[in-house]
Ligand binder design. Structure first.
Ligand code: FAD
Length: 392
């Protein structure tokens, strides 16, 4: 390593925590500023793809995380009528390949416990609002007017709703999706696959195991329908889900109160440039997207790994930012554009897209080249639009 840097990181999610860990292991002096008062194990089940598994391996956390995760052999989606929409078997990608369903909170806990061991400073309960630059370096100013720093440079990893983009004068466009999802975690073992049931692109049910005897159920709906759904009450909602997907029955037994269901909306973030002289944006703050391809957390992990690699190989932080852009651009643009283009086929108010999807999706995997591209995409291993495989 050429130099030891003082690095400030905004946000202790997957991107922030994984970056901190890689950088602290390289001997840098790392401080995270996180808005949550306590670092806790929150969140739903997520898909840990082959790309994310590889990064956890580099962090030495793969085995630990997988002990608390559930292997998924396939992604299976059917229409309400019962006909198969798509069945993607991970073994078709490679003999040992599978995804893992994992509790987001479990992944956070694994990362957080390592942060302490590697001497990363974490300032919790501090909402970062802006950045200041003076002769000593770069500072983070929080909502209580405290200053954190000085740092040689900043990584901003505070999620898709980041206001630091604006505060740092970075150009960004964001789109709020009209549809989101209600999710629930049940103490129940379910078969090792991601099951989805769809009707057009207005209704969507999902069920996924996530290790430690837990599973996540989700129910997609337009955000504007959420108040009416709450008014109709829990019994009506449970009946609707049960009729839609009978597999939900044992899960629904654990839901006794509407408060147990969490609603999440999503947004797409596009930044033409992720960095300036002192600050680099990572993870959802730089390229937030809907969860339809199940890649966001995996991309955040790859960002963290790739940036630490770039810093090791570069003479200055700015050179590392430039190298990072060079390495990640095609890969991130591929997943961002594909997710942006595909999301309305699964959740939107344009039924014509669902009709097209229902015709095309069962046929596409019959073409061997397309099937291979689809497998590379879902495993998180497609490096760009032109078919090459990600090297991690
Ligand atoms: C319903 C749903 C399902 C998903 N399923 C999958 C999946 O199956 N697979 C997958 O790969 N991805 C999935 N994702 C996406 C995944 O969760 C995100 O892409 C991933 O968490 C991004 O990590 P991040 O660290 O960039 O941001 P976040 O996880 O959002 O973390 C941001 C952190 O910054 C903190 N913060 C925010 N603002 C401030 C501030 N002003 N100051 C200080 N701290 C701040 C937050 O408290 C948080 O700790 C899903 C997302 C949703 C909503």
């Amino acid at each position: 390593m050429s130099r030891k840097y003082r690095i400030g990181i905004v946000g202790c999610g997957v991107a922030g925590a994984a970056s901190a860990l890689f950088l602290a292991r390289d001997g840098h002096d790392v401080t995270i500023v996180e808005q949550a008062p306590v670092l806790g194990a929150a969140g739903a089940g997520i898909l840990l793809q082959k790309s994310g598994q590889t990064i956890l391996q580099h962090l030495g956390l793969r085995e630990h995380v997988l002990q608390h995760a559930a292997p998924l052999e396939e992604l299976y989606a059917r229409q309400l009528s019962g006909s198969t929409l798509i069945r993607t078997r991970y073994a078709d990608y490679g003999p040992e390949c599978c995804a893992y369903g994992v509790h987001r909170g479990m992944l956070f806990s694994a990362l957080h416990s390592e942060l302490w061991k590697h001497g990363v400073q974490i300032a919790t309960g501090c909402v970062s609002e802006s950045r200041e630059i003076d002769a000593q370096g770069v500072w983070i100013r929080d909502s209580c007017q405290r200053r954190h720093g000085p740092f040689d440079f900043l990584l901003v990893a505070n999620g898709s709703r980041s206001r630091m983009r604006e505060a740092c004068g970075m150009r960004a466009r964001t789109w709020n999706y009209a549809h989101g999802t209600l999710w629930f975690i049940a103490p129940l073992r379910v078969p090792g696959r991601l099951l989805q049931v769809v009707r057009g692109n207005r209704q969507l049910f999902g069920l996924m195991p996530m290790g430690d005897g837990l599973c996540t159920m989700y129910w997609g709906l337009p955000e504007r329908d959420y108040p009416a759904l709450q008014k109709r009450g829990l019994a009506a909602l449970k009946q609707e889900i049960l009729t839609f997907a009978p597999e939900s029955e044992p899960v629904l037994e654990f839901i006794t109160d509407m408060q147990q269901l969490h609603y999440t909306s999503y947004r797409h973030v596009w930044m033409p440039r992720w960095f300036d002289r002192t600050t680099l944006f990572l993870g959802d703050a730089a390229h937030g997207m809907s969860p339809h391809l199940g890649q966001g957390m995996n991309l955040a992990l790859v960002d963290a790994y790739r940036f630490s690699e770039c810093l090791r190989e570069s003479q200055t932080p700015h050179a590392a930012f430039t190298a990072f852009r060079h390495k990640q651009r095609a890969y991130l643009r591929y997943y961002a554009l594909l997710t942006f283009a595909l999301s309305p086929f699964f959740q939107s108010d344009w039924p014509i897209l669902a009709w097209g999807r229902d015709i095309a999706l069962p046929l596409l995997p019959k073409i061997p080249y397309v099937k291979r591209q689809m497998l590379m995409t879902v495993t998180g291993m497609k490096s760009d639009f032109f078919g090459s495989e990600l090297q991690l």
